[in-house]
Design a protein around this ligand. Sequence first.
Ligand code: HEC
Length: 174
Amino acid sequence: MITNRKIPSTKINPTRGGIMKKTILALLTLTLLALGCGENKSDSPAGTSGKEKLAQKFGLTLFEYENGVGPIKEKIQLGEIDQIKAKTGEKLFTEKCTQCHKLDELYTGPALRDVTTRRTPEFILNQILNPEEMTKKHPEAKKLLAAYATQMTFQNVTVDDAKAILEYLRSVNK
Ligand code: HEC
């Protein structure tokens, strides 16, 4: 009789779903581990570039060697110059920096008009935010300290202030 026929269940077995989830998680973990190991490999001496070796010589990471030592620990995104921010930066620069820096003359510190050509944005931010550690640890800042025989001091600026000053320095570099 037709009524005795078993109709196959279409319900998803909950235990099977659980196993699937676990398998996917396990696979994800393995993938992440594999990626992690890959990264470690590029740190090994065999893959070390000349610049990395130089950085190591100074006890710095490659990032620190190129971008300074301080609170800015990764590359920042810069777009077109933000003129409003640059105006704020100009005001801050006049208040807090011009007693030691001019744009075009050597003064107590180096001339800064072309500093955005000489240094990375992150290097400039770290120098503004962390000048004392910079002259202790970074070879370029050390050289400047030796040349100018003055230690730049922290001017009580926030990261946003420093970024506004950076915008101003970008705007004057023509
Ligand atoms: C007390 C004087 C003094 C003040 C104030 C000062 N600086 Fe400096 N700055 C220096 C000196 C000197 C150096 C060279 C490094 C050193 O000896 O610390 C320097 C280095 C720098 C550098 C690195 C230049 C390069 O070629 O790498 C930047 C950028 C800079 N200053 C920006 C600023 C900004 C922006 C301000 C204001 C927030 C400021 N400084 C305030 C004296 C000063």
